[in-house]
Design a protein around this ligand. Structure first.
Ligand SMILES: NC(=O)C1=CN([C@@H]2O[C@H](COP(=O)(O)OP(=O)(O)OC[C@H]3O[C@@H](n4cnc5c(N)ncnc54)[C@H](O)[C@@H]3O)[C@@H](O)[C@H]2O)[C@@H](O)CC1
Ligand SMILES: Nc1ncnc2c1ncn2[C@@H]1O[C@H](COP(=O)(O)OP(=O)(O)O)[C@@H](O)[C@H]1O
Ligand SMILES: [K+]
Length: 482
């Protein structure tokens, strides 16, 4: 579950209305931070709390008091020497026995552990040069940082860096993760994340949970046991994958084999006559069909058992791709790679074709391909990856899988998931073709488009984890296990 940074203040206000004082929450937060500091840094020579002007700083003052009470050597440096900006933070400051000095007086030294309590959910602008310089100095001296709630400088909504950001070894966050802790680069800046409960009632957390979720199997739970013991290969889904020309057949085979491995009962590669020999030489369980032009395609499409199609991997960019896609407008389609690029000059033609009915088009762009279909959305740097994918999904009436280390899946209805199980070695040639094949397979098996996309991305990541560091796209296929 995720909560947006904007919800933090609302949760606080509702807690207070429910009789849970804000200061109780701040005290619990400070306790969690102090406990994590003592637990993870027993060898620290001194703890250094950097306190900001708001409640993030307030959590820092509480932690400083508790660390002082535990007998640790503790220093506090304040961003501003003015009184804190909230009542709770002022109280935490007043109760802290350690005198706070101006931030400019802090000289990092070996043995320090920094507790970064400058900004959390309230980060509203770029960090000042003073803070940026301090961050560089801490990094140069390899001083470990434990961040309170989120590393200061990371936007909790987008994961973007506001000018500069602490690179924490650990982060103690409260209530639930924020999107900016799962999206990059925020995720990398958080280090190990611990979620502290702090006593917010469950019903409030549920009430304010973000519609954006972390990708996990509970999203597609309803489809998990779709196969019945009495099923046959057609009831397990029939998938069609389009092949490119004679010298570009590898990509479609990766998609087709992934589709079979992901559980489709039947997978057929449809390709031009010139590619038949190359495909035939490498296929066993996957079937082959000659489809040169539109007439043969239309004939093949008479087979309504074909539950989904994959077009794009190795297909070639151009009018043939556009023509085939338009012929598939009322079918379940995964459009990847060349299939996406083919609509670069006229994306509206694609969107218009799939504009009606329940979404049945899945687009699987990486950043470059995304920019070809949605140049204006890609250009707006302020919006988060989640918001980019959502805007694209609405425009295209499609499910968008915006790939990367933090793949985001979004639907036109606003549903969204951020994936976090993919290992870095998944970034290898052909990996995207495998993902397209898994998507096609699940759609052919009857999963709805959004659930398909979430499940495919997650199983792709799991396969990557099982395959391990030396993975190639081929070995990735053999590790798909659904
Ligand atoms: N429900 C929760 O999750 C709870 C959250 N608490 C803490 O409360 C924090 C949020 O507190 P606040 O809303 O007071 O926000 P922050 O403490 O994050 O920041 C607040 C102040 O910093 C100023 N500011 C923002 N960006 C700045 C920049 N770049 N340079 C200089 N000043 C800047 C803002 O004008 C604002 O006044 C959370 O991150 C968390 O640490 C806890 O106290 C307990 C409960
Ligand atoms: N750093 C990374 N960590 C985890 N997964 C990644 C990373 N970079 C890319 N990926 C994933 O690897 C796949 C690459 O797909 P794609 O860019 O289409 O490559 P290709 O065209 O070579 O198959 C996508 O599923 C993407 O999400
Ligand atoms: K912080």
């Amino acid at each position: 579950m995720l909560i947006e940074p904007e919800a933090v203040a609302k949760i606080d206000a509702d807690c207070i209305r429910s009789g849970i004082p804000g200061y109780a929450l701040m005290t619990a937060a400070g306790h969690a931070v102090a406990a994590a500091a003592l637990r993870h840094y027993p060898e620290a020579e001194r703890f250094v709390v950097l306190a900001g002007p708001g409640n993030n700083g307030g959590d820092g003052y509480v932690a400083a008091r508790l660390l002082a009470e535990s007998g640790a050597d503790i220093r506090v440096f304040r961003l501003s020497m003015k009184p804190p900006m909230t009542e709770d933070a002022s109280r935490a400051h007043a109760e802290c026995p350690v005198e706070g000095l101006p931030l400019s007086m802090y000289c990092p030294r070996l043995g320090d552990v920094v507790i970064d309590a400058l900004f959390g959910a309230g980060l509203a602008r770029d960090l000042s040069p003073e803070v940026s310089d301090l961050i560089s100095e801490l990094e140069r001296n390899r001083i470990p940082v434990l961040s309170v709630d989120i590393p200061s400088g990371i936007c909790g909504r987008s994961g973007h860096i506001r000018g500069a950001a602490f690179r924490a070894e650990r982060t103690v966050t409260f209530v639930a993760l924020k999107p900016g802790q799962v999206l990059l680069p925020g995720r990398e800046h958080c280090g190990e994340v611990e979620i502290a409960e702090i006593g917010v009632p469950r019903r409030l957390i549920e009430q304010y949970r973000s519609p954006t979720r972390i990708n996990s199997p509970d999203i597609w739970l309803d489809y998990a046991s779709a196969k019945t013991p009495s099923g046959h290969k057609y009831s397990h889904g029939s998938l069609g994958v389009f092949s490119g020309g004679a010298t570009q057949t590898g990509a479609c085979r990766l998609a087709a084999e992934a589709g079979l491995r992901a559980g489709a009962g039947l997978v057929t590669i449809a390709g031009p006559s010139e590619a038949l020999a190359a495909n035939a030489a490498h296929l066993t369980a996957v079937m082959l069909r000659q489809v040169d032009g539109r007439a043969e395609l239309d004939e093949w499409l008479q087979d309504r058992r074909l539950g989904a199609f994959v077009l794009g991997p190795g297909f070639g960019v151009g009018e043939k791709a556009r023509d085939f896609v338009l012929a598939l407008r009322d079918r379940n389609l995964v459009l990847d790679a060349d299939g996406i690029t083919s609509f670069r000059d006229d994306p509206e033609r694609l969107f218009e074709a799939f504009s009606t009915g329940a979404p049945h088009l899945i687009l699987t762009p990486h950043d470059g391909e995304f920019g070809r279909l949605f140049p204006d959305v890609a250009a707006s740097k302020e919006i988060s990856k989640v918001e980019r994918a959502q805007a694209a999904a609405r425009r295209a009436n499609a499910i968008i899988i915006l790939k990367g280390a933090d793949t985001v899946i979004a639907g036109p209805d606003g549903r969204c998931a951020i994936n976090s199980n993919a290992p870095p070695w998944l970034a290898t040639a052909g990996s995207g073709d495998v993902l397209a094949g898994i998507c096609g397979s699940l759609m052919a098996q009857g999963f709805a488009a959004f659930e398909t996309a979430c499940a495919a991305v997650w199983y792709h990541g799991e396969a990557g984890n099982r395959a391990g560091k030396g993975l190639t796209a081929e070995s990735l296929v053999s590790h798909i296990d659904i």
